[in-house]
Design a protein around this ligand. Structure first.
Ligand code: ADP
Length: 795
């Protein structure tokens, strides 16, 4: 094997221009060279390599054994393995030409890679015979890495969403990425070489100076929020990060700027701060809580309504606001929230830090995260205490109005003192919300005592009866004296309370009294009738408005009581009158009967026509008088319940036939047109009274149809009733008159010139009613009347 170590690698003698000969140890030079170098013989075996080559390969090749190359593995730049016979050295040996500037990648035994440029050249001997080849290897790994780094960086810079700009210290722009183009609307071409001031608003030039001074000192400025402007002058909020750019000696030569467009964030922030401001300024409590009910946020409204500060509330459970008895509500609310349901205007009660209760209207909505999962709830609570109070007041007002209306009706309809006072006591007790109320009469007994319990509401009467004497005490006195109302929030603390034995407190069994109110009831004539007294075991129950309402009731009650007293007087007068009528009619009846008897005897004995006529006229008048006296007598007996009925069975039809026959003789002015049907009408009744009733109606029909000459009497039998209809075509009755018809002494205003006492129909109705029948009338003023008397048939 011929050595192919080129002769220049051996020690070489230089002789230059006959100057001093010197020897250069080239081998040593190669050994020390930083450039990898090796040689192969004609067959490709490595014959020489220097240190740099060993360093590059990461191995020491075996001389005479390794072919073409000392490297372990060789690849094309694409990464494809390169076979040894394709190695530039193999090719150079094969072809006898240099293969230079060829890029290969070698793998080293430690699995690291190196990129090389190889320069393989053939070696010839003096006879131009190819005897081997040498190869210079240039390590370009670093360079390539830098290139990649650079490319990567550029790619990053280009693809960044942030504007990345570099500039000199004079403010001349030296690079401008695509995001900068997008954000500032200047193309790289337009702006590179221009001043950075093109994108700085006048007002911000100062910022730039501060930044620059820092950068010059080599200080990095991080996330500096400022405003820049685009090509159109539009302002853009930005977050800037500015780093000094240094040269290899470490001197600052410029700055790189990364500018992030934060418009969206600013908008978001603005929105956020608007929202926060709204939340903070809201009068409503706005609270958020997690699904475990732990408070996460708490606004000023919440602090005002519930009394807890944000610090006190956040982190605590929402249950601190919920009254014990309403705890269940929270579970219901959370249950709904977990299902994504919202709760709207739920009216409930929550408690203040100080324990007082607040009426609130709640709206609770689920809070969702970005993924749409429910993570909590937001609560808006409006303090509706005032509304609720107003509503309650309206309700109370309506209720009081109802009570007062009912009371008013009661008072106007009733003349019974007991009923009036009970109604007054009940109504005023209800309105004041008193535990009990009572009316005491002002009555003076032999000891000058002035109290008599009359009515009570809300407590048993016995409770008050235990109330010992004296009752004319300092507390009660003013009321019975008719002075102004007394209203005391806590009677037990009143200086007048408990001084009179046995009134050191309430007697046993007496309802406890703390709130006390007493209103005098004063008659129109100024005399105190009595007082209304109210008590309640709690303090301060009675209000000024209670006092006012009950004072008004007391005035009404006094009027009713006055009326009632008047009525009592009238009643007793009327009783006296009835007594008189009963007596007078009784006293009149005896002489009348005597006169009638004598007249009848005279009538039979006289033959003188003149005397006969006078006697007959006298008898007619006596009969009339007799009827009147009878009516009066019957009325007073009826009133006193002394009129007795003697019931017997008879045929009404027969009776009507007899009556109409008699009328045919006695009342020649009117013809009675009758229709009594075929069947008898058997009834069980007082025959005399029924006849009296029938006579009254038929007489009236004749009396009140002076211009007519006929009346109609009809008997109808319908199921179990007999109906007698008496009809006339006379003066008739108005609706108003019809209503009064059956009252005592009533006579319509159109009866002038027609005699009567106004008792006939009153008696008729009483008689028919007492026989379980009824009387009805149809009539039209000026057209006539139709009276129907209905009596039950005997079964
Ligand atoms: P009197 O006939 O004695 O006045 P009544 O009690 O019989 O008393 O009748 C009461 C009033 O009813 C009469 O005064 C009269 O105004 C009215 N009245 C009774 N019957 C008739 C009738 N048939 N037509 C019109 N008015 C009548």
């Amino acid at each position: 094997m011929r050595s192919v170590i080129p002769s220049f690698i051996s020690n070489h003698k230089f002789q230059k221009n006959n100057l001093k000969n010197y020897t250069v140890d080239l081998r040593n030079v190669f050994e020390q060279s930083p450039i990898a170098f090796y040689t192969c013989d004609r067959d490709g075996f490595v014959t020489y390599f220097n240190n740099a080559a060993v360093k590059l390969w990461g191995r020491v090749p075996e001389l005479g054994n390794d072919l073409w190359c000392g490297s372990w593995k060789v690849y094309y730049p694409s990464g494809k393995p390169m076979s040894f016979d394709q190695n530039p050295m193999a090719l150079t040996l094969k072809e006898g030409y240099p293969h230079e500037d060829i890029e290969v990648t070698i793998e080293r035994p430690d699995k690291s890679f190196r990129n090389l440029l190889v320069f393989a050249r053939p070696i010839f001997d003096d006879q131009e015979n190819l005897i081997g080849a040498h190869n210079t290897l240039v390590d370009i790994t670093r360079r390539q890495e830098d290139e990649i780094k650079q490319a990567t960086l550029s790619a990053i810079v280009e693809s960044s969403d942030d504007a990345i700009i570099s500039r000199t210290l004079d403010g001349i722009i030296t690079s401008w990425n695509r995001a900068a183009e997008r954000i500032f609307k200047f193309s790289a071409e337009e702006i590179i070489g221009e001043s950075i001031k093109k994108i700085i608003p006048e007002s911000r030039l100062h910022d730039e100076e501060i930044i620059l001074s820092k950068v010059k000192k080599g200080i990095k400025v991080d996330h500096f929020e400022t405003v820049r402007m685009d090509k159109n002058g539009k302002q853009i909020p930005l977050s800037l990060t500015i780093s000094p750019v240094k040269d290899s000696s470490g001197k600052v030569i410029g700055a790189s700027k990364v500018a992030r467009d934060i418009s969206d964030r600013v908008k978001g922030d603005e929105k956020q701060s608007v929202l926060s401001a709204i939340v903070e300024s809201s009068d409503d409590a706005i609270i958020s809580k997690d699904l475990n009910g732990i408070i996460m946020s708490w606004n000023g409204g919440a602090e005002r309504i519930f009394g807890y500060t944000e610090d006190e509330a956040v982190g605590r459970s929402i249950t601190m606001l919920i009254p014990e008895e309403r705890m269940e509500e929270e579970n219901l609310i959370i249950g709904n929230i977990k299902q994504g349901k919202r709760i709207d205007h739920f009216e409930t009660i929550r408690q203040h830090k100080n324990g007082s209760e607040i009426n609130i209207s709640l709206t609770v909505s689920p809070i969702k995260n970005r993924k749409g999962e429910i993570i909590g709830a937001s609560k808006i609570a409006r303090d509706v205490t005032a509304q609720v109070r107003a509503q309650e007041e309206i309700k109370l007002y309506n209720r009081n109005l109802k009570i007062l209306n009912a009371l008013g009706k009661n008072l106007s309809e009733n003349l019974d003192v007991k009923v009036i006072l009970q109604a007054v006591t009940d109504a005023s007790t209800k309105i004041t919300g008193a535990a009990f109320g009572a009316f005491f009469y002002t009555r003076t007994d032999e000891n000058g005592e002035s109290l008599q319990l009359f009515t009570i509401s809300g407590a048993p009467k016995e409770a008050f009866e235990k109330f010992g004497m004296p009752r004319n005490t300092a507390v009660f006195g003013p009321t019975f004296a008719g002075e102004k109302p007394v209203r005391i929030a806590n009677i037990t603390k009143d200086h007048r309370y408990g001084h009179n034995k046995p009134h050191q407190g309430m007697p046993e069994g007496h309802p406890p009294v703390v709130s006390y109110m007493a209103i005098p009831v004063i008659s129109k004539n100024g005399k105190t009738i009595g007082g209304l007294f109210f008590g309640h075991p709690e303090e301060g129950v009675f209000t000024a408005s209670h006092e006012e309402i009950v004072s008004n009731i007391a005035v009404q009650a006094a009027v009713s009581l006055d009326n009632s007293a008047l009525f009592d007087q009238v009643k007793s007068l009327s009783a006296k009158k009835d007594e008189f009528i009963a007596l007078a009619s009784h006293e009149l009846k005896t002489p009348l009967t005597t006169i009638k008897g004598y007249l009848q005897v005279l009538n039979k004995q006289t033959k003188d026509t003149m005397s006969e006529l006078f006697i007959q006229k006298s008898l007619n008048q006596v009969n009339k008088l007799n009827t009147l006296v009878n009516d009066l007598l019957h009325m007073s007996r009826m009133e006193s319940g002394k009129l007795e009925f003697n019931r017997e069975e008879f045929d009404l039809r027969e009776m009507l036939q007899d009556i109409t026959e008699t009328y045919g003789y006695s009342h020649k002015s009117h013809k009675i047109i009758s229709d009594f049907g075929e069947s008898p009408a058997i009834i069980e009744a007082d025959k005399q009274r029924i006849e009296q009733a029938m006579n009254n109606i038929i007489t009236n029909a004749i009396k009140y149809s002076p211009k007519a000459d006929e009346i109609y009497v009809k008997l109808e039998i319908r199921r179990d009733m007999a109906t007698v209809v008496v009809k006339d075509k006379g003066i008739g009755l108005s609706e108003k008159q019809r209503k009064m018809l059956f009252t005592r002494f009533y006579r319509a205003e159109n009866t002038k010139g027609i005699s009567g006492l106004g008792l006939g129909l009153y008696l008729t109705k009483q008689i028919i009613d007492r026989h379980n029948g009824y009387i009805s009338v149809k009539s039209k003023l000026g057209e006539g009347s139709e009276f129907s008397v209905n009596l039950p048939l005997k079964k």
